[in-house]
Design a protein around this ligand. Structure first.
Ligand code: NAP
Length: 424
């Protein structure tokens, strides 16, 4: 029997309990032993729950769960760094295996916790911390163990993908699409974590660490969000055959790795361009397997519970074969993380300029002076102003930023989009 101590009975915790109850026999077959809920910690004992849990199992003191000698595995579904880190650390120190869905925790303290797991001979699994129900961590760690992943492009945040889909398909403004997402429960009342790209950046740090076998932490991931995007960028980039998405992009460059979250243009034929609404997807390029695509629901109680339960079954199987603690930290390289300014990528800018002779030469000179060569230009007149879309060839990010800076200071430039990278 595997005795489970649960920390948190919110969206994910309740779905985990529901599935443990509804699929007990099936899970026992797969795990090789029954998975039994022993204790559950919550913050508010009297809160109504969408699931039935015996009152005797509940406590509002998480330490009681962590330190209970009758708990073999602790499932952390509280979120945030503290006190979750302390609970996880203590459970590992006591030799208990831990499962967590906590991206902030794994993206910033993953190394410490994985080392503690290794020392204790315990498992620390975190499949649910990235892309909810999409089994990407185990795919990288196990299914691709014989290959080398070179590049990851992910749509890892359902809120921003929902907003950009609605701006693209229905012509909504950013504010209209955000308030619709909030109404439908796809966005929080404070959407900062999502729209500024922080949520995707934490997930990318975890993915890049696992994919490239070299530690990438949250603060290594350069991060730009979508709050500055307007309908103008969506419309013009669509006209030249691209979809605008918030992507999490990481590459293994050999000696170095790079990882960033930014709004980017994907050719309409790219598999990620077809990922609509709140769905997530991870596109991978591996040396031998080539291109792979994983697609599904990146959030929600049930999809995330699917990942948590797969980890529980893995912990049970490891206990059965006395193999726990063997798949700990896989970051055996120590590659440097390339600074954002040194990356080389093609980009696109949408400008609103004064429509009179000589203006275009001035705009083009900003690119020439920074040695950034232009790939294509599309101009549309709007009375005494014009919209201009400029797409560059690949250039160092540092040079692209200098171009942007020059353009923003030109009196003839009335408006300028953020830098939109182009994923070729
Ligand atoms: N929701 C998703 O779609 C999703 C997807 C992927 C990953 N995740 C991750 O899964 C984790 C849980 O997310 P969630 O959406 O289920 O969160 P949630 O609905 O806010 O639930 C959090 C739970 O933790 C309990 N809690 C908070 N502080 C506690 C403490 N100090 N001691 C004991 N219990 C405490 C709360 O108790 P009360 O209920 O009594 O207030 C609540 O039951 C987070 O790390 C999140 O990032 C969530």
């Amino acid at each position: 029997m595997l005795r489970v101590g649960l920390l948190g009975l919110g969206n994910v915790g309740s779905a985990v309990v529901r599935r443990l109850q509804a699929s007990a026999a099936e899970l026992a077959h797969r795990a090789g032993m029954p998975l039994v809920l022993r204790r559950v910690a919550v913050a508010h004992l009297d809160k109504p729950r969408g699931v039935h849990v015996d009152r005797d199992l509940l406590t509002d003191d998480a330490w009681q769960v962590v330190r209970d000698p009758e708990v073999d595995v602790v499932v952390e579904l509280i979120g945030g760094i503290e006190p979750a880190r302390s609970y996880v650390r203590e459970a590992l120190n006591l030799g208990k295996s831990v499962i967590t869905a906590n991206k902030q925790l794994m993206a910033s303290r993953g190394r410490e916790l994985l080392e503690a797991a290794e020392q204790a001979g315990a498992d620390l699994f975190f499949e649910a911390s990235v892309a909810g129900g999409i089994p990407v961590i185990r795919t990288l760690k196990e299914s691709l163990a014989g290959d080398r992943v070179r590049e990851i492009v992910g749509i890892l945040n359902g809120t921003t993908n929902y907003i950009l889909t609605r701006m693209d398909e229905e012509g909504l403004s950013f504010a209209e699409a955000l308030s619709e997402a909030q109404r439908l429960g796809f966005a929080e009342s404070d959407p900062t974590e999502d729209v500024e790209g922080h949520d995707a950046a934490a997930k990318l740090a975890i993915l890049a660490s696992v994919a490239f076998n070299s530690r990438v932490v949250r603060s290594d991931v350069h991060c730009e969000g979508i709050a500055q995007l307007t309908q103008r960028e969506v419309t013009y980039t669509k006209e030249i055959g691209f979809a605008l998405k918030l992507v999490a992009h990481a590459r293994d460059l050999g000696e170095e790795v790079e990882a960033a979250v930014y709004p980017a243009l994907l050719p309409r034929g790219h598999p990620l361009a077809a990922v609509r609404r709140e769905f997530n997807a991870v596109w991978l390029r591996a040396e031998a397997a080539g291109e792979l695509l994983l697609y599904g629901r990146g959030a929600g109680g049930d999809p995330t519970a699917s990942a948590v339960l797969s980890d529980l079954v893995a912990v049970a199987r490891n206990r059965r074969y006395r193999a726990h603690g063997r798949v700990s930290c896989t970051c055996y390289h120590q590659k440097a993380v390339r600074s954002a300014a040194d990356r080389v990528l093609a980009a696109c800018l949408v400008l609103r300029v004064v429509d009179r002779p000589g203006v275009f030469a001035q705009v083009a000179s900003a690119f020439g002076e920074e040695q950034v060569s232009l790939h294509s230009i599309v101009q549309q007149s709007r009375g005494d102003e014009a919209d201009v879309l400029l797409r560059t060839h690949p250039a160092p990010e540092r040079a692209l930023r200098s171009v942007l800076h020059r353009l923003q200071r030109m009196p003839v430039v009335r408006g300028c989009s953020p830098l939109l990278r182009v994923i070729e």
